[in-house]
Design a binder for this molecule. Structure first.
Ligand SMILES: *Cc1c(COP(=O)(O)O)cnc(C)c1O
Length: 393
């Protein structure tokens, strides 16, 4: 199906109809699979015959999700996982060994930093953090034992853009793999493989589901790295995706293209409007004229997504007063939902990292993050206005 457009792949790719002729994708809730004979069982285990054995390894509904997402990203192989963090863990466990070194953007999801700093280091993996937008810093951080570059772009929550092409070129000069967490744009707005990335990581929990129902993740890449190595880790360790969740994500993918365009349009309108508000010190959104990397964002993304971050006056007191004055938005740490959500990163998503790490990532006390949903824009603005009024400017 590779000559189809993304919106078509999102609806059609990966489906294999059963003899029942079902139109919608079925949910295969089975833990194991039966073989026609002892010899066939042996052949499956010996991997001389293809087919399902056990749903920790493969499941038809999960495979449909994997093939659809692989087609949308333009990758050869995809492995679905039980969460976005499990996708990052599986990538590291499959590809790194003691003594290896990761260079990671300092503006990644808080749990990613916690995973690397608290757990990967216990197994002798070294980590260096660099600014995602400082290409030379990526180059300088390379050591003889560097194996992986890891970044998110746009970053969470400050919308710092990493130049995927430039950083991929630096990585490849030294045989290093580049992994891009594509959570914020998704394949609907950004395809990291087109810019040289080797691995694409997703938290399916966010925009792929799009309606805040299930936790899941995925790693996309080539047949060797993902199809064999990452898959091998999932098969042995078991952070697999459940078939029910895979089905929910399949239904999410079908509307991804539409939703990402709607989220982007509403977020741009809100970001532009917030910039004119006296109680707002700074707005972080790559679609704004004022964003220092707007040209780069336009080059590698076809939209800027639904996440808007902004700093309000009066530090934490101002940010919390804002949140508590809203009535429509949900106070939750999740994002990528049809329902607009509001979060205070310093005390929630980024609270588990040290104050120094937070400072380095630019997460200040007055910072708020809104994941702009699909409610009517006028109702959203009215709700944001309640928050602004609470700061008293
Ligand atoms: C949420 C998130 C993750 C982790 O995904 P989970 O599904 O919550 O485990 C990773 N990266 C980014 C950018 C995220 O927003």
């Amino acid at each position: 199906m590779s000559d189809y457009q993304l919106a078509t792949l999102a609806v059609r790719a990966g489906q294999v109809r059963s003899p029942e002729g079902e139109h919608s994708e079925p949910i295969f809730t089975t833990s194991s699979y039966v073989f026609s004979s002892a010899a066939e069982a042996a052949a499956r285990f010996a991997e001389t015959s293809k087919g399902n054995i056990y749903s920790r390894f493969t499941n038809p509904t999960v495979r449909c999700f994997e093939e659809r997402l692989a087609a949308m990203e333009g990758g050869a192989a995809c492995v679905a996982t039980g969460s976005g963090m499990a996708a990052i863990l599986a990538t590291c466990m499959a590809l790194m060994k003691a003594g290896d070194h990761i260079v990671c953007s300092d503006s990644v999801f808080g749990s990613t930093i916690a995973l690397l700093n608290r757990y990967l280091v216990k197994f002798g993996v070294e980590v260096t953090y660099v600014r995602p937008d400082d290409n030379e810093a990526w180059r300088r951080a390379i050591r003889p034992n560097t194996r992986l570059f890891f970044l998110e772009t746009p970053s969470n929550p400050l919308a710092v853009i990493a130049d995927i092409r430039a950083i991929a070129d630096i990585a490849h000069e030294r045989g290093v793999l580049l992994a891009v967490d594509n959570c914020f744009c998704t394949s609907a707005l950004q395809r990291p493989f087109d810019h040289g990335a080797d691995l694409v990581i997703h938290s399916a929990t966010k925009f792929l589901d799009g309606q805040g129902r299930c936790v899941g993740g995925a790693v996309v890449g080539n047949a060797e790295t993902v199809g064999k190595e990452v898959f091998g880790f999932i098969r042995s360790a078991g952070p697999s995706m459940s078939p029910f969740n895979a089905w929910v994500f399949l239904k999410g993918l079908e509307t991804l293209d539409l939703r990402m365009r709607a989220h982007s349009a509403a977020a741009l309108e809100i970001a532009t409007w917030l910039e004119q508000q006296p109680a707002v010190r700074k707005v972080y959104y790559a679609g704004l004229e004022s964003h220092p990397q707007r040209a780069l964002a336009r080059r590698q993304q076809s939209g800027c997504g639904g996440i808007v971050a902004f700093e309000v006056d009066q530090e934490r007191a101002g940010a919390w007063a804002f949140i508590d004055a809203t009535r429509l938005m949900s106070i939750t740490a999740n994002l990528g939902d049809t329902k607009t959500t509001i979060t205070h990163p310093a005390t929630t998503t980024h609270s588990r990292i040290t104050p120094q790490e937070r400072d380095r990532a630019g997460i200040r006390e007055g910072l708020l993050r809104i994941s702009v949903g699909l409610e009517h824009i006028d109702d959203l603005k009215a709700d944001i206005q309640r928050g602004l009024n609470a700061i008293g400017k």
